[in-house]
Ligand binder design. Structure first.
Ligand code: UT7
Length: 325
């Protein structure tokens, strides 16, 4: 049976120039390179310039993804930006990206599911592309998490960084099997009873300020391993594939110990797990497309591979997506 699949035809990413090392942060708060590396795997993070808003990072990633897909801005009819750090409360970062890229009138909006935002946004794009409402979509994860840090709180400020990643999504005909190129299945979840474990203590309709990120880290950690493992298993079932068949796992990059914990729980081959947490730290919705792009650029992930993306973050939200590249 012939079906329309949403295929990823291009990938690109962008990291701001400034690198902040653990040693740099040890001058700001009572921490050490040793503690950060041992507890998280993070060695450095990138930080955007004060005059460089989230939309600028998104635009740079989008340009690279369009070039990779052999498309131009004129082809784009849908832009979805997953972000929790918009330039302004409104308009959406996607609207600003549309203007800066010069794509012309089309559909553009943001998705807010924090660190799970990219996986959520991909599922939304799938709805448009597979129903014939978009011929060329940009799905972007773009974040400036450093703007949300309380630089006196060592339990959070060492964990996050800035960056953006983008995929181009276009329709491709498939046979309705797991061999088709494209997005094969999703599992998305939110447990709103746990909003108090990870949140920003500000907003336009509460304090009227931007606020700072607050996290009960070790409680989030415990949920992360269990939830992500469940999300992966559920996604494989929906996609009609088995966990051992997956060629590459591209996890949200929050903590190397979480990535390892999920791997151990599911018996994953660690050589199949992409990790960029050491270089990028936690870039929230940007972390998955940044890691995907890094592994495609260095030749590990190739066309035709079965790739599983997974994430978890504030909300608590979590989810996964199986893709035949
Ligand atoms: O992306 C969204 C999802 N987020 C996550 O997945 C993050 C999940 N959580 C984590 O990754 C980990 O829980 C953290 C990395 C945040 C913390 O690691 P932990 O092993 O859970 O440490 P902890 O919070 O239990 O703290 C252990 C100790 C505490 O000291 P005491 O109370 O035992 O004396 C902290 O005060 O480590 C201390 N500590 C630090 N020490 C040096 C916390 N942060 C730091 C720091 N430097 N930066």
């Amino acid at each position: 049976m012939s079906v329309i699949r949403s295929a990823i035809t291009g990938v690109g990413s962008y990291l701001p120039e400034e690198i902040v090392t653990n040693a740099d942060l040890a001058k700001v708060v009572d921490t050490s390179d040793e503690w950060i590396v041992e507890r998280t795997g993070i060695r450095q993070r990138h930080r955007a310039r004060p005059d460089q808003p989230t939309s600028d990072l998104a635009v740079e990633a989008a340009k690279k993804a369009l070039e990779d897909a052999g498309r131009t801005a004129a082809d784009v009819d849908l832009i979805i930006v997953a972000t929790t750090t918009p330039d302004m409360t409104f308009p959406a970062v996607a609207s600003i990206v549309q203007r800066k890229l010069g794509t012309g009138v089309g559909i553009a909006f943001d998705v807010q599911a924090v660190c799970s935002g990219f996986v959520y946004a991909l599922s939304v794009a799938d709805g448009f592309v597979a129903r014939g409402m978009s011929k060329c979509a940009l799905v972007i994860g773009a974040e400036e998490m450093t703007r949300l840090m309380d630089w006196t709180d060592r339990t959070t400020c060492v964990l996050f960084g800035d960056g953006a990643g983008c995929v181009v999504v276009e329709p491709r005909e498939g046979q309705g099997t797991a061999q088709d190129q494209g997005l094969l299945g999703f599992a998305l979840r939110c447990d709103g009873s746990k909003t108090d474990l990870l949140y920003v203590d500000g907003g336009p309709a509460s304090t009227g300020t931007v606020g700072h990120l607050r996290m009960a880290g070790n409680q989030v950690f415990r949920h992360a391993v269990v939830n992500i493992a469940e999300g992966i298993t559920a996604t494989c079932e929906v996609a009609g594939v088995t966990v051992p068949e997956v060629d590459w796992f591209v996890p949200h990059q929050a903590n190397q110990r979480i990535i390892k914990g999920v791997g151990d729980r599911l018996g994953l081959d660690e050589n199949k797990v992409i990790s960029t947490v050491a270089e990028h730290a936690n870039t929230s919705a940007a972390s998955i497309p940044l890691a995907l792009d890094a592994a495609i650029r260095d030749g590990r992930i190739k066309r035709g591979d079965l790739v599983l993306l997974e994430a978890m973050g504030g909300g608590l939200t979590w989810g996964a997506c199986a893709i035949r590249l």
